[in-house]
Design a protein around this ligand. Structure first.
Ligand code: MLT
Length: 222
């Protein structure tokens, strides 16, 4: 499938890396950008290519990946639509940057983790590897208390047998509550994904333990 996405429509950064290394899709959190999140990539794999788009939703001047009604309460219809858009961007980028069959691994923080997880849930053929730092269930209509039930049907049909996800969360993170993370683990596993979950003390963020665990996980799946 070939799609045209002019640079101006989707600002992003690309570094080619070594041909035999994976492509890290770096997805920033609320208020971040592609430059800031890309700084994390060398710690994960210094040889990796880096593809880092910028979230196209604005909230009080901050870049985000999808709309929310309030903190932790997502507009799930918008989450699904933006995940569809990101999947289209990834198909374009694979062709435009001649990535051929190089392994693509999303690395997202917070809101970036949530869009990575939504894209992996809805488009597993496009994105089958995710490292989610401080992420949660992005398409949880029970928590969103709204949204179309077509999303549930899409998730229920998703075939994730070839997908692998690393979830790293703090045990006392009010922005990514463990009950939401657990609902996500249930959905991912029900659909056949290989899930590795790592909990650490503390809240929202990325710790050295999270990085060490991600490096180890990348060595086994990427
Ligand atoms: C989200 O909106 O994705 C989460 O609440 C995390 C964040 O504040 O970005």
């Amino acid at each position: 499938m070939s799609v045209a996405i002019p640079e101006a429509e989707w600002p992003h950064l690309f570094r080619p890396g070594s041909i035999d290394a994976p492509v890290l899709l770096m997805l920033h959190g609320t208020g971040g950008d592609e430059q800031q999140i890309s700084g994390l990539a060398p710690a994960l794999d210094p040889r990796a290519a880096v593809l880092a788009p910028r979230g196209r939703v604005q909230e009080n001047g901050m870049n985000r990946w999808f709309r929310r009604r309030s903190e932790g309460v997502f507009d799930t219809d918008d989450v699904a639509r933006r995940a569809d858009d990101l999947a289209t961007f990834l198909i374009w980028a694979r062709s435009h940057y001649e990535l051929s069959d190089r392994r693509l691994v999303a690395v997202g923080f917070s809101n970036g983790a949530n869009i990575a997880l939504a894209t992996a849930l809805l488009h597993p053929q496009v994105l089958a590897r995710v490292i989610a730092f401080s992420g949660m269930h992005p398409l949880d209509r029970a928590a969103a208390d709204a949204g179309s039930n077509a999303i549930d049907a899409r998730v229920a049909k998703s075939e994730l047998a070839a997908s692998a996800v690393l979830l790293r969360n703090g045990t006392s993170d009010p922005m990514a509550p463990l009950r939401s993370v657990q609902r996500l683990v249930t959905v991912l596993e029900q659909r056949g994904a290989q899930v590795q979950q790592g909990l650490r003390p503390g809240g929202h963020g990325i710790t050295e333990t999270d990085i060490a665990s991600a490096v180890e996980w990348l060595g086994t799946v990427a």
